[in-house]
Design a protein around this ligand. Sequence first.
Ligand SMILES: Cc1cc2nc3c(=O)[nH]c(=O)nc-3n(C[C@H](O)[C@H](O)[C@H](O)COP(=O)(O)OP(=O)(O)OC[C@H]3O[C@@H](n4cnc5c(N)ncnc54)[C@H](O)[C@@H]3O)c2cc1C
Ligand SMILES: NC(=O)c1ccc[n+]([C@@H]2O[C@H](COP(=O)([O-])OP(=O)(O)OC[C@H]3O[C@@H](n4cnc5c(N)ncnc54)[C@H](O)[C@@H]3O)[C@@H](O)[C@H]2O)c1
Length: 500
Amino acid sequence: MAASVDPERSEWDVIVVGGAAAGENAAQYAGQFSGLDTVLVEAALLGGECSYWACMPSKGLLRPVEIMNTARHLPGVASVVEGASIDVAAALARRDAIVNHLSDDSQISWALGAGIDVVRGYGRLTGERTVAVTGPDGAVRTLTARHAVVIDTGSSPLVPGLPGLREALPWTSRDVTNLHEVPRRVAVLGGGVVGCESATWLRGLGAAEVSVIHRDAALLTRQEPFAGEMVAAGLRESGVDLLLGRSVTAVRRQDARDTGVGHVHGGEVTLTLDDGSERTVDEIVVATGRAPNTADIGLSSVGLAESEGRYLDVDDQQTVRGVDGQWLYAIGDACGRALLTHMGKYQARVAGEVIAARALGRMPAGAPQGRFSAAEGHRALPQVTFTDPEIGSVGLTERDARQAGVDVETVEYDMAQLAGTYVQREDYTGRAKLVVDRGGDTLVGATFVGSGVADLVHSATVAVVGRVPLDLLWHAVPSYPTPSEVWLRLLETLDRQRRG
Ligand SMILES: Cc1cc2nc3c(=O)[nH]c(=O)nc-3n(C[C@H](O)[C@H](O)[C@H](O)COP(=O)(O)OP(=O)(O)OC[C@H]3O[C@@H](n4cnc5c(N)ncnc54)[C@H](O)[C@@H]3O)c2cc1C
Ligand SMILES: NC(=O)c1ccc[n+]([C@@H]2O[C@H](COP(=O)([O-])OP(=O)(O)OC[C@H]3O[C@@H](n4cnc5c(N)ncnc54)[C@H](O)[C@@H]3O)[C@@H](O)[C@H]2O)c1
C-alpha cells in the first residue's frame, strides 16, 4: 500500500529512520501522544524484522511443535496423536497468515490512522537533522526534522567469513522463519537463541536429521548454565544431534542457487569440522549472531564515521553520544543495548517522551528520571527463549552478579515438585533459580526453565524493577495450582538455607 504523504512535503518535527515496531512506538510517543508531527522512513516492510522474519513467524512455527510435544505426553491425548505428525502445510499456512503474507497494508493503515506519516525508501543522514531518502523508483527526497531524528534500522544476520560458507548461500534467520520446505537433513551453525529455537521447529516439523554445531561447550551461554543443559537435553531427546565444542572450518556446495527465501538453496552441502570429520546435509542455517544496520546510513555526515557498522552508543535517554544538540537518537538493535523487540519498544517509548519533552520545553531539570530514562528497565532485561523446555529469564545470572560485585545469595527449586506443573504433565522437567542481593535483600535475577514458564517472567521483572524486599515478596501469594507456586517454594527454600 502506498503511504499517503504529500510528495512535496519535506519537514516534520521528528523523522524515524527504520519503521520496525520500535520505530512505530517512538513515532507514537513523540507524535500521537505528545502532539509533534512524525514520519517513518521504511526501506522494506513497516513492522520490521520482528513482524515478518523473526519473532512472529518463529513463534508461529514453534506453537504446533509445542502442542504436539505436550499432547504426546498427556494420557488421554497421547493415544490419539500416537503415530501422527504435524500437518506441515497447515502450519506453514498459519505462519503465512501471521506474517500477513508479507504485506504491511494493515501496519500502514494503523500508522496513518494514528497520524504518523510513512515515506517508503532507504534513509541516510546527510547532516544535522536531515535525511535523504532514496525511494523505490530511485528518486532521492530530502527530509528535514525540526527537532529529532531517530535511528531504528535494526540488525541483519552475521554470516562468518568461513571458507566457502557465503558462496554456499546458506539459510539465515529470514529463510528458516519463512521456510517453504523442510530440508530433510539440516545443520544449524550456532547454539544461541536463534540456533536452539530453529532446531526445535525444524525437527518438530519433520526434518529427519538436525544437527546443531556450536563452538562453545554448552548452549545458550548467556543464561544460567542449567538452562542451556536442560535445553540441550530436550533437543537430544527430540533427536537433534548436538556437536558442542565443534567448529566448521570449510563448506562446499555443488550448484548453490538463489531459489528464494525459505527454499533449499541448491545441492548438498558438505561441512568440514575442526576434528577433520565431514557432514553432508541438504541445508545449513547460519545462526551466529547479528550485525547492526549502521554501515550505510550516513553517519560520517554527522561526525560518527567511526560508528559505521557498529552499534550506536547511546545514553539512557537514547540520545546518540558524540553528536551535539541532542537531536539524534537510536533505539532497538541498532543501539545494541538488548537485541529484543520488547526492549527496543521500551527504548522507543523513553526516546519518544524525551523528544517531546525537549521539544516542548517540558524536560524536568536535573538528571532525567522516571519515564525520561531507560536505566531501570535495562536492569531487568526480561527474555523468553521458546525452546522445549522454555527459558524465562530476568536480570543478572549468578555469574554476572558476582562479576558486578553483588553480594550474591542463590536459591534453586525443582519445578517438577509443584502441583501446578504436575497437572500440566506428569513428566514435567524444570528448574528455577533466584539471584538475591544480600545487601538489600532484593532480587537481581531470576531464571525459570520448563514448559509454560514464559508467564512467570513478568512477576520476576516486577520484583527486580521494583526492588521488592523478599519479606514483602512473601506476601505475594501464588494461585494454586499454577507454576507460580514456585515463588513460594523458592522463598521457603531460601528461608531454610538461611536457618542452616
Ligand atoms: C529468528 C529470530 C527470532 C526472534 N525472536 C524474538 C522474540 O521472540 N522476542 C524478542 O523480543 N525478540 C526476538 N528477536 C529479536 C528481534 O527480532 C529484534 O530485536 C527486533 O526485530 C529489533 O527491532 P528493531 O526495531 O531494532 O529493528 P528491525 O526489526 O531489525 O527492523 C529494522 C527496520 O529498519 C528498516 N531499515 C533498515 N535500514 C533502513 C534505512 N536506512 N532506511 C529505512 N529503513 C531502514 C528495515 O527495513 C527494517 O524494517 C528475534 C530475532 C530473530 C532473528
Ligand atoms: N526468543 C527470543 O527472545 C529471541 C529469539 C531469537 C533471537 N533473539 C535475539 O536475537 C539475537 C541474535 O540471536 P542469535 O542466536 O543469532 O545470536 P546469539 O548471539 O544468541 O548466538 C550466536 C551464537 O553463535 C556463536 N558463534 C558466533 N560466531 C560463530 C562462528 N563463527 N562459528 C560458530 N559459532 C559462532 C556464538 O558463540 C553464539 O553462541 C539474540 O541476541 C537474541 O536476543 C531473541
